[in-house]
Structures are given as C-alpha cells and as structure tokens.
Design a binder for this molecule. Sequence first.
Ligand SMILES: Cc1cc2nc3c(=O)[nH]c(=O)nc-3n(C[C@H](O)[C@H](O)[C@H](O)COP(=O)(O)O)c2cc1C
Ligand code: SF4
Length: 502
Amino acid sequence: MEKKGARRDRVLEVLEEQGGLVPGASARVSEQTGVPEADVYGVATFYTLLRTPGVARVCQGLSCKIEGSDALAQRLRDEGVPFEEVSCLAQCDRAPVSIDPHMELDHVARRGQVSPADRALPMNLGGEDDASYSALARAKELGPSRLLEELKASGLQGRGGAGFPAHIKWSAVRAEADPTHYVVVNADEGEPGTFKDREVMLRRPHLLIEGLAIAAWYAGAEKAYVYLRGEFPGPKRALEHALAEARPHLEGLEVHLVMGHGAYICGEETALIEAIEGRRGMPRLKPPYPTQKGLWQKPTLMNNVETLACVPDIVLRGGQRFHDAGRTEPGSKLYCVSGHVENPGVYELPLGVCLDELVAAAGGYIGSPRAFSPGGASSGFLPMSFRDTPLDFSALQEAGSMLGSAGVVVLNDSVDLLEAARWQQIFFEDESCGQCAPCRIGCRLQRRALDRFLETRDPVHLEHVEELHWEMDAGSICGLGMVASLPLLSAMQHFPEDLDKK
Ligand SMILES: Cc1cc2nc3c(=O)[nH]c(=O)nc-3n(C[C@H](O)[C@H](O)[C@H](O)COP(=O)(O)O)c2cc1C
Ligand code: SF4
C-alpha cells in the first residue's frame, strides 16, 4: 500500500538521484517517497535510462542504421566501451550517433543544417531569438476571445503528430469548470526521424517559453510542465537559461522541467502524464481526454514544442498571415530530413511542399532515391511515385501514410526495403508498453513473420500480416499498436520486387 502523503511524483526523480536501478536503489527510493519498493522497482524497470544506467547508447533509428550504426556499435565493442543499443536519439541529421553515460553526444558523423535566417518566417530557426515577450503582452491586450479568434484564423494544427486543431483544444481546457488547470509541453521527441523540437529549444527557447506563457495565461494555469526526453541535456540547459531571462515576464507562472528516462511511448500524451505522476508510462484509455482529466485528473492543455512556438507569430502578425504561409494547409512547417540527402537538417517551409522541394532545400539526393518515410517509423514507406504528393496531414493520409511529426527519411536504392521494415518492426516491438495484448503480441508476431520470411523467402510466413494488422489496429489503446504494422505492410504493398529477391 502507498503510504499516506507518499510522494509518487518524486519516484523517477529520486531514482535518477540514486543513479538508476543500482543495487539497493529501489529500497532507498521507497523509503524517501513512501511508495512500496515493489512498485518503485516496477516503475524503474520500465525506463531504459534507469534500468541500464551508466552506459553509452548507440542509436538504432532508421537514419543511423542506414548510415552505419552497426559499424559504430562494433567499434565501441572493440574498444571495450559498455553500451546499449537504443531505439532513437533524435539526432538523425548527425547519423550514426552515440551518446555517453551523461547523455552528451559522443560519436557524431556531422552537424545537421537548419533553415536560413528569415524574419518573415514564423519560426525563423536560423535567426536570433527574441526575449522581449511582446507577443505575451499583445495577447493580454487582445484578451481571451480575440486571441482564440486569431488562433482559429491561423488554422494551426498540432505539430506533435495528429494535426489536431489547436484552437479547439485550447478552448476546451479554458471551458472546464475545475479551477486548477495545467499546461504541459510535449518535448519528448521520440519518433525516429524527428529532431525539430530539439532545434527549437536550442535556438529559439524564448519562442517556446513565450508560446507556453500565452497558453498558460489563456488556459488559466498557474503551473506548467515541460517534459523533455532524457537524452536532451543540451535543450534542457537552453531552456533553463532562457527561463531565468524570462522570469520578469512570467508573473508567477511556475515552469517545471521534467526529464524523461528513455521510453518512446511517453511521447503519447496520456503516457507522458503517467510518467510525470511517477508511474510506468502506459497510455490511458480515452475518453476522458487530457483536456478534461489530465495531469492529476485536472484539465490539461498539452501541446508539442513546435505548436507552441508558432503562437507568438500568430499573436504578433495575425492568424491570417500565419495561415497564408502554408501551401496546401495552414502555416509554415519544420520538416526534418535525413537519410540519403546531402545536407540533413531542419528546414522551415510552407506546409504542403513535396519531397523534391524539401530535398532540394537539403542540397539534393545522394544516389538514386527509391523510397521515403514521410513521418517517422509510424508512417511506413512510400515509393518515389509519391514524390509530388504534398507533405501535409491530409494528402499523406490519403496516400495511406501520415505526416506525423514530419521526420522525413530518404532511402536510396542501396537499401533493402524489407530489411528497413524489419528495423522499424523491432523499434515497435521494443517500445510497446505491453498493456494491450494485440499490440504486445502482434508486434512480436509481425517481426517474427518477417524474420522467418527473410530466412526462408517462403511467402507463407507473410500470409497473416494483414489480418494481424487489423487486430492490432482495432484492439490497441493507443496509436503505437494501430500503426506498428505499417512499415511491413507498406514495404509489401509498394516494393513487391523485394519480396522476390533470393
Ligand atoms: C506512440 C505515440 C508517440 C507520440 N510521441 C510524441 C512525441 O514524441 N512528441 C509529441 O509532441 N507528440 C507525440 N505524440 C502525440 C501526442 O500524443 C499528442 O497528440 C501531442 O502531444 C499533442 O500536441 P499537439 O496537439 O500540439 O500536436 C505521440 C503519440 C503517440 C500515439
Ligand atoms: S497500443 Fe501498445 S503501446 Fe499503446 S497502450 Fe497498447 S500496448 Fe501500450
């Protein structure tokens, strides 16, 4: 039983202070927090960074794989460096990468690019950060209803993956009768192929803090939480520095930076809430939605880093102007591009550009392009016949894929698509939280089916892939289980010639 007054919310923090799940740590954490030891142990084993503390980490994301993460791992093995292979480190523009036990970048192939400085761009990633907080002052002058009108006119869709209209979420939280409201920033950035939020926090931290302050003021929140992935010490330092500078403008708003501990699923909004509350990051059933019952069961406005960073521009220059910056859908977009392109990086472009335009901004293709993954592992693979499809939320959905968090990975003809699908299947199998049987078992069965096929080339092993996908899609609580089969299904659909290889 949890003791009265137990500090469950401190479990992960105290575990981290103990150096992770080292001998005796769970008992000490239990003593300090009042949470039963078995429970502490169960929480700790969920998170890679706590379960295996004090080792280097080698990224196994798609971009790192195609750029040689296996060779990097072998080098570390030969050097006798203790390391663990992990799903993704959000450094795809520098692939292949590893980090040291303190989460600092260790082996990096190159430095990623960002879009050029351009003050006309809402995000202007390459430009100077602005600490004047004039947008916050302007938002207060406008008042809540006109602010909401501007947000609505902007057409801003959430940049965390689902593209949900921001104004609907904002007004839903404000309308909740409970007097305590929270704002949470999703800075977990775990989708392989995605590293844009990292650059916003490093280069334009005030843009995020100002967007957050406007959201908190609008939602009536006195406390805000920024949940950063544990492998982001650099962005954390940038935010700490900017928060100290921003203090005079924040009028008592408490902003807490919470570090994650290495679990992709904690990017899912309800899993993220569970993690802040000190539990295993297992998604909750919805409804109720976080806007109704979120953090500590209070109405919670959760937005992605990029979504909030769009808000100051919308307030200062008007929603319509932001809207018109898009091509097929509203606004500019931070596209991440990596894989077989000359200059991997983050490029701010009108929402709806096509692959060729994005890759032109990134210096062109390397080799002969064959496929691309438009929105991280969850989006599967598309062949180059989709190179003119707008990279937006609706066109990619129609194409059977998704924009997600716009982590575009380009693959040239040196990559076997079934092998690439296998890497993605392993990612989903490793990162499933395991609470829904269709996802937990389905991810393993899909990966095994592909393994057997690759060993034998007998198509009988792939016969049940579609049916299993149906079960996983229909029977999973969260998006992970619903999309986990897409890499394999899309490879089978669009690249049948790879099935016939001997
Ligand atoms: C498996 C899974 C992982 C997710 N990972 C992230 C993430 O790393 N960052 C993020 O902002 N949203 C992520 N999301 C989406 C969030 O659940 C949520 O929709 C988002 O934070 C809402 O913010 P937005 O409306 O500004 O997009 C993930 C969703 C799922 C299903
Ligand atoms: S679908 Fe998978 S990741 Fe999502 S809650 Fe269920 S088991 Fe966990």
